[in-house]
Design a protein around this ligand. Structure first.
Ligand SMILES: NC(=O)c1ccc[n+]([C@@H]2O[C@H](COP(=O)([O-])OP(=O)(O)OC[C@H]3O[C@@H](n4cnc5c(N)ncnc54)[C@H](O)[C@@H]3O)[C@@H](O)[C@H]2O)c1
Length: 329
């Protein structure tokens, strides 16, 4: 199949691209490199460098090409920033997505897999979270993703576009020593903890008085390879007429303190931490039920063990301590 991957120079998109190529799909990455890395794009993929927000440039960059499916991962993804600058989030995660649909459907695209998020649920009262929980985002990042899901439902109804939104919980780990997490700024716990292990820095724990077993926030970590595989399952499922949102998580929650403890075991280093005030809008526990993805998409995650996830991230860190700025070993 001819597949366009937006955000394919990013953390998750580059691994999705790797998996598509491994399964023989003709894969093109579209990215403006605003956050991603040229070196993250697998060599066998074609690359189109363009900003999705610029519709005329997008049309020009895609002229003469054809695609059957889109994996839409490009987005702005910082929750805190989304509360200071909502316009950036609605422009990049909503309007740019409409540009993408309008410019790629005439090129043959009839299906899309969209990177959505657990942030669409807001602050649920119970866990595990299923897809029929209320969607009440507590930040404009989650709202922008939820709004684009409803855009997709309208394009399905009015234009026959097939769609699946994958609501990721916390993506983590590295696919290999070649592809791993390298965000700037880095806000995700595991790379921050591993950096502290390597450099002797301190990890901030935002709140230790939550209603969780050890008082720190609980999250559901999913290995990047399992996440990437779900995109291929989703693409196949749309051929069977399946559409809608699907959670992707392990169904197991780990607290911030547990992540630090497991990271100490993996790295063999002691990791200093300090309790800081809670961050506004951080729900105590976010844990997915991915029953629907397993049963309907046939998703079969293989790498749910937290230790294995952290080990893969540590191997990536050792191979590339400065991420993609480090020369490959
Ligand atoms: N990382 C997570 O744990 C997580 C959790 C839930 C959802 N998601 C979603 O998954 C997707 C990928 O996340 P990630 O961690 O790989 O992020 P990332 O920042 O590493 O990748 C996003 C990519 O999109 C590109 N991009 C952004 N705006 C663009 C634009 N206007 N035009 C073209 N390219 C553009 C960036 O350059 C970058 O390469 C995002 O949609 C994010 O919201 C991620």
């Amino acid at each position: 199949m001819k597949v366009l991957v937006t955000g394919g120079a990013g953390y998750i998109g580059s691994v999705v691209t790797e998996r598509l190529l491994a399964e023989g799909h003709e894969t093109t990455v579209l990215d403006d490199l605003s956050e991603g890395h040229r070196d993250a794009i697998p060599a066998a993929a074609s690359f189109v460098e363009v900003d999705l927000r610029d519709r005329a440039a997008l049309r020009g960059a895609l002229a003469g090409r054809s695609f059957e499916a889109v994996m839409h991962l490009a987005a702005s993804c910082l929750v805190g920033e989304s509360m200071e600058n909502p316009g950036k989030y609605f422009e990049n995660n909503l309007s740019a997505g409409v540009n993408l649909l309008e410019e790629t459907m005439p090129l043959g695209v009839d299906r899309i897999v969209f990177s959505s998020t657990a942030a669409t649920y807001g602050d649920p009262e119970t866990i595990p979270i299923t897809e029929d929980f209320p969607t009440e985002p507590t930040n404009s990042y989650g709202a922008s993703k939820l709004l684009f899901e409803s855009v997709l439902a309208w394009y399905s109804r009015l234009k026959g576009l097939k769609w699946i939104a994958l609501r990721y919980f916390n993506a983590a780990g590295a696919a290999s020593e070649e592809r791993g997490e390298d965000h700037d700024p880095e806000t995700h716990l595991i790379p921050l903890v591993l950096k502290a292990a390597a450099e002797g820095g301190e990890v901030q724990i935002f709140g230790d008085d939550y209603p969780t077993p050890d008082g720190t926030c609980v999250r559901d970590y999913i290995h990047i390879r399992d996440l990437a595989d779900a995109h291929l399952d989703a693409m196949r499922a749309m051929e069977r007429g399946i559409e809608g949102p699907f959670n992707l998580g392990n169904g197991a929650g780990f607290s911030v303190r547990e992540v630090i403890q497991v990271s100490e075991a993996v790295t063999g280093k002691s990791i200093r931490s300090r309790v800081a005030p809670r961050r506004p809008g951080d729900p105590p526990s976010l844990v997915a039920s991915s029953k629907r993805a397993r049963e309907i998409l046939g998703w079969n995650p293989q790498r749910g063990d937290l230790k294995g996830i952290i080990e893969s991230a540590w191997q990536w860190h050792l191979a590339r301590p400065d991420g993609y700025r480090s020369a490959a070993t």
